[in-house]
Write a protein that binds this ligand. Sequence first.
Ligand code: KG4
Ligand code: ZN
Length: 330
Amino acid sequence: MVVLGIETSCDDTAVGVVEDGVVLSDITSTQLVHQKYGGVVPELASRAHDRLLIPVIKEALRGAEIEKTGIDGVAVTVGPGLVGALLVGLNVAKGLAQSLDLPLIGINHLEGHISSAFLSHKTLKTPFIALIVSGGHTELIYVEDFGSYRGLGQTRDDAAGEAFDKVAKLLGLGFPGGPAIDGVARTGDPGAVRFPRARLGQSLDFSFSGLKTAVRNYLMGEVKLTPQGIADIAASFQEAVVDVLVSKVERAADRLSVHRVVVVGGVAANQRLRQRLKQNGSLGEVEVYIPEERFCTDNGAMIAWAGWMRLKRGERSGLDLEADPSLGLA
Ligand code: KG4
Ligand code: ZN
C-alpha cells in the first residue's frame, strides 16, 4: 500500500510517500519567511503552505517515481498545530482523496513524531516510553502499542524547543534557535555556568521557563559576549536541558519497568542529547531509539507511516474531517 502523507502543522511544508512502511520519498520545504521575525508568524505560515504544498507534493511523487494514480491512500496532520496552517494541508488532502477516489486518514502530529522512530528502526517493538521534544511539546508518553497511549508527564510552561529558540534569541543566534545553539555549543564549556535544573520532585513533568529566565538574568549581569562567552553560555544552557531530559527518561523507564525508550521531535536532533542518551548505545539497562536527524524535525514520511498503519487496519476519515489545533494524544 502506497500512502502519501501531508504535514503542515507549523512552518515546514512536508510531504512523504511510504510503501508498506518503507520511505520512497520525503520532501520538506522549511519556510524561511519567519526568520526575520524571530519566530513563526501564523498567517505567513498558512500563506506559504498554500504556495508550497502542491509543488512539494509533485516533487515527492517524482522522488518516489510514481504518478498520483499510484497512491493508495492520503494521510494528513489534523492537529495539534496552527489552525490556519493545518487547514491548508487538510483541504489539499481532501481534494486529492476526493478527486482520485482514495481513502483519507487524519493523523495526530504527535503520533506522527512517535512513528518517526519506526522509520529509522525497523526492528523497534512496543511497548516503549516515548519522549517527544519539539518546539511545541515536551511530553513523556507510555506507548503500549501503536495507537494506544498514556501520558506520563508534560511541560508545565515552555517546550524544550521553545526554550532553545528563546535562549538563542537572547544570544543573538537567530531562528530557529535549536540548531544554532547545538552548533555554537560544540566549542563551549558545558560547565562554565551552572544554570538551574527544574527536577520538580518525583514528578515526570517538565519546566523550562525558569531556566530561560536564569539565562536572561545572567546576561543582564556584567557579561562580555565574546564568541567564546556565547559558546560557553549556549553549552551550559544546553547541558541543563539535556540533564533534565535524560534524568526524566531514566526515571520514567525505572518507574514503569520499561526497558525501551524512544526520543523524537526536533530537539531529538540535538547532538549533545543524542550523545548523552546513546553513550554505549543505551542508557544503563534501557535501549534507546532515536530517529535519523532528518526524521526528528517535522516531516511528511512520519505522517505517511502513521497513515499506513491506520489505513491497513481499515480506519478511514470522512470529508468532514476537521483540524484541531489543541488535539491531545492521551
Ligand atoms: O518537531 P519540530 O520540527 O516542530 C514542532 O513540532 O515543534 O521541532 C522544532 C523545534 C524547534 O524549537 C527547534 O529549535 C528545535 O526543534 N530543534 C533543535 C535542534 N533542531 C531543531 N533543538 C536543539 N537542537 C537541535 N539540533
Ligand atoms: Zn513536530
